[in-house]
Design a protein around this ligand. Structure first.
Ligand SMILES: NC(=O)c1ccc[n+]([C@@H]2O[C@H](COP(=O)([O-])OP(=O)(O)OC[C@H]3O[C@@H](n4cnc5c(N)ncnc54)[C@H](OP(=O)(O)O)[C@@H]3O)[C@@H](O)[C@H]2O)c1
Length: 337
């Protein structure tokens, strides 16, 4: 029996697991030094209008970074708030709807125009829908936002040399994953990218599956970028643990007040939960690491399915082929040979 199957297979067990994890002793702990400066670092954060992404923007701006908040809502007021809370004026907002491929392409076009070289990319945005919804391109929204948008965004940024790989330090790409990535038993290659109808009962299971896709992509990306023992770009993933955010905004009305209470009483605030994001984004200790994963402030192995090379290669090829079927063809050859 896979214990994670039981722990993250529905909203109830996932919530209980999140709470019990908070009381477990953390091994292999890491520590964040508060005084690290990120002056002159360009940081792009997706889903920075709320929750963990918003707090990440505030904290990184406080450390002197130039922050680009890629959001579909909250423009311009969330950017104004980050400027106010951080005392840093180098905060810009860029509109993007990550459920729409064309919007992601427009985001990259606008980054190209500003000749931005990104030192940190934080792929944070995610959605937990109450039921399946179709995107503009006919894909399932949670598959698109929680996985394929990240693949597309990263490939486009690399294609247009917008990741700062020739600077004086190694750039970092950070994926906000979840321990729920351990939940799925296997990959559904047959159904990859196919629209499927589901309702709330299935959402958490699929959420874990898309986190597995994203975490597998993170490993494959690191393998392709960092060959022959040389790290050109660090690739990290993390689970922040349970955080009191708007992630459950689509939960059924009858559960909402109970969930709100559980979130307030047991879950960490974004100010506390942001620490692993800051550690991976700021700390000199991880400089030059090719790949890594944190669960809260502890180093941990990712699920073996996510680190399996065969899965990584297959996922890369399936994602590329799916985007090609939508007319998006990459010029840059990133094959591992
Ligand atoms: N909260 C937890 O307990 C928990 C636990 C483990 C992992 N995580 C992960 O942490 C990350 C942040 O989540 P959160 O808890 O901070 O939730 P949140 O408050 O709901 O924030 C999610 C962010 O994603 C954005 N987003 C959703 N769909 C989008 C789209 N189509 N285009 C652009 N942006 C979109 C949202 O924008 P809008 O404001 O416009 O909707 C929002 O800014 C996620 O990856 C989540 O899976 C959270």
């Amino acid at each position: 029996m896979n214990p994670h199957k039981e722990r993250y297979s529905n909203a109830f067990t996932a919530t209980i697991s999140g709470i019990t994890d908070l009381f477990r002793k953390q091994k292999n702990k890491v520590f964040l030094k508060e005084e690290i400066s990120l002056t002159d670092k360009n940081i792009l954060i997706t889903g920075a209008s709320s929750g963990l992404g918003f707090e990440t923007a505030v904290q990184l701006a406080k450390r002197g970074a130039r922050v680009w908040m890629a959001c579909r809502s909250g423009i311009p007021e969330k950017g104004d708030r980050v400027r106010r809370l951080s005392g840093n004026d180098h905060v810009k907002m860029l509109p993007v709807d990550l459920s729409d491929m064309k919007s992601i392409i427009r985001l990259v076009d606008s980054l190209k125009e500003s000749s931005l070289k990104i030192d940190r990319l934080i792929c944070n945005a995610a959605v937990v829908p109450s039921a399946s919804r179709k995107t503009h391109q006919g894909l399932e929204e949670m598959f698109m936002v929680n996985y394929l948008a990240k693949y597309l965004l990263v490939r486009l940024l690399l294609e247009h040399n917008l990741i700062n790989m020739n600077g004086n330090s190694v750039p970092r790409i950070i994926f906000i994953s979840s321990e729920a990535h351990r939940n799925p038993k296997a990959f559904d290659w047959e159904g990859f990218g196919r629209f499927r109808e589901y309702s709330m009962g299935k959402t958490i299971e699929l959420y874990g599956y898309y986190k597995l896709l994203m975490t597998t992509f993170a490993n494959e990306l690191s393998r392709r970028l960092n060959q022959s023992g040389q790290t050109r770009c660090s690739i990290f993933a993390l689970c922040p643990g349970p955080v009191n955010t708007h992630i459950a905004r689509e939960a059924p009305v009858i559960f909402k007040s109970l969930l709100k209470l559980i979130f307030v009483v047991f879950f960490k605030s974004p100010e506390q939960a942001v620490k692993p994001v800051l550690y991976l984004g700021c700390s000199p200790e991880v400089e030059g690491n090719a790949v890594g994963y944190l669960f809260r402030m502890s180093r941990k192995e990712m699920d073996p399915k996510a680190t399996d090379i065969k899965n990584g290669i297959r996922l890369w090829q399936y994602s590329e082929a799916l985007l090609e079927s939508h007319g998006i063809v990459f010029r840059k050859n990133m094959n591992t040979g």
